[in-house]
Design a protein around this ligand. Structure first.
Ligand code: PHE
Ligand code: CO
Length: 296
């Protein structure tokens, strides 16, 4: 018999809140979602879908529709998986919370995307410090239907397994790439800048801020530049990096990173808000409201 699904979150210790990692893969306990859980999904889904018209990359919205995602109910992983397996061969697996880094990489390398099964509480609609079902499903899953992005995610996972065997610093560089693309990436389209990063599309405030605020930098994607740049985990980003296409991302990351990691190990990192002389600057941020410390 299967034991009950657990909800694993950050726990308060004498060192503050620390993440709790679990490796257990579970079946989505769909029947255990309460009416309140479905309502939370509905509110967030509706709110973001309205906000994201003309802000999110069109393929993001189209793919949500291909999945049949709607405000009606929390989607079943099983239903999404039928579409996903047939299209790009990816598969969603249920998890209880954060996975250890290497485990996460191994899943991605095998085209398995871990999705947190539980959804936030109604009082956490606007902010949550860790991924929940809404972030993972609404934010990450749609682009897994895009063939190029799907390959990028797998390559990233394989690259993570490799980097983990090289040095902890290599993982720092690689994590910045994930952060500034998969989580907080912008893409240039004929209609203007659009959002494709999951961390942005799942946040009301940052969906507006990332595109419309005068405060942050918006800078053309450059692999080494991104891998040297620290980021924010507790505030909106100071800098967003803009790609031209998913093909650009795929091509830029195709080479073996081993020599790159070696080179980066001798170089200092950039602050989250730095603008460099040879950056392709779409917008130089005003810096309004930036905290002076706290880059990670
Ligand atoms: N090409 C990278 C390497 O050799 C792997 C990778 C691909 C990393 C795509 C990130 C994204 O490590
Ligand atoms: Co995420």
């Amino acid at each position: 018999m299967q034991s009950a699904a657990q909800k694993v979150e950050h726990q308060l210790t004498d060192k503050g809140y620390v993440p709790v990692y679990t490796t257990r893969v579970i079946e989505q306990p769909w029947d255990s979602y309460t009416a309140e859980d479905h309502r939370t999904w509905a509110i967030l889904f509706q709110r973001q879908r309205e906000l994201l018209v003309g802000r999110a990359a069109q393929e993001f919205i189209d793919n949500q529709q291909r999945f049949g995602m709607s405000a009606d109910a929390i989607p079943k992983f099983e239903d999404l998986n039928r579409v996903l397996r047939a299209t790009t061969g990816w598969e969603l697996i249920g998890v209880e919370g954060l996975l250890p880094e290497l485990t996460f990489f191994e899943h991605l390398a095998a085209r398995r995307f871990p999705v947190t099964w539980w959804i936030r509480k109604p009082e956490q609609l606007d902010y949550l410090s860790e991924p929940d079902l809404f972030h993972d499903l609404f934010g990450h899953v749609p682009l897994l239907l895009n063939p190029v992005f799907a390959d990028y995610m797998q390559a990233y996972g394989a690259g993570g397994v490799k980097a983990a065997a090289i040095a902890p610093e290599a993982l720092v560089n690689l994590t910045r790439l994930y952060w500034y693309t998969v989580e907080f990436g912008l893409i240039r389209t004929d209609q203007g800048l659009r959002i494709y990063g999951a961390g942005i599309v799942s946040s009301k405030g940052e969906s507006i801020y990332s595109l419309e605020s005068a405060a942050p930098n918006r800078i053309g994607f450059d692999l080494e530049r991104v891998m040297r740049t620290r980021y924010r985990i507790d505030t909106f980003q100071k800098t967003y990096f803009v790609i031209d296409s998913y093909e650009q991302l795929m091509e830029a990351t195709r080479p073996d990173f081993t020599p790159l990691y070696a080179r980066l190990a001798d170089q200092s990192s950039y602050a989250a808000g730095d603008v460099l002389a040879d950056d392709q600057v779409f917008q130089r941020g005003s810096g309004e409201g930036w905290l002076t410390d706290g880059d990670v």
